[in-house]
Design a protein around this ligand. Structure first.
Ligand SMILES: [Zn+2]
Length: 156
């Protein structure tokens, strides 16, 4: 009998950024089901999800209850400190000015977003992120923006 050795390394690996963005998308879908603008966020530290959130502005009657804000609070609680060093935020839609500003105070290492927000995105207002924060957009961009688009389509 011959034994074949299948080398898994020939399979294209799914980039970690995509895997984590899928987790954020699952949270955005939860928001969608609850009739909230479907945006989800997670915070990852050393390969572990330490904070999650999705938009809860309707349920909480709180305009500050954005996905990122929930995730920052959860991650800080998990770490027992306010600074999110060596952490990455994955959020399905580009952070707004408020959330980019909050991320500034956390000094988070990296922000990765899916869809760009042409109207409310922080990048329209210069660089509001901390100098230590690396920012990257466009991960699963189509899926992230399609979810928001279909939400507002249903509203009309
Ligand atoms: Zn925001």
């Amino acid at each position: 009998m011959r034994i074949f050795h299948f080398d898994d390394s020939t399979q294209p690996a799914i980039p970690a950024d995509e895997l984590y963005m899928r987790e954020a998308l699952k949270l955005a879908e939860s928001a969608f089901r609850e009739d909230e603008v479907p945006i989800g966020a997670i915070i990852v530290s050393q390969g572990k999800i330490i904070g999650k959130g999705y938009n809860l502005t309707e349920r909480l009657n709180d305009v500050t209850a954005h996905a990122e804000m929930q995730a920052f609070t959860a991650a800080s609680y998990f770490l027992g400190g306010k600074y999110l060093k060596d952490c990455t935020l994955y959020v399905t839609v580009e952070p707004c000015v408020m959330c980019a500003g909050a991320s500034y105070w956390t000094q988070i290492s990296k922000v990765v977003y899916g869809a760009k927000d042409e109207k409310r995105g922080a990048s329209k207002h210069g660089n509001l992120y901390h100098p230590k924060t690396e920012v990257q957009g466009g991960v699963l961009e189509n899926e992230c923006s399609e979810l928001v688009r279909s939400f507002f389509r249903n509203k009309r």
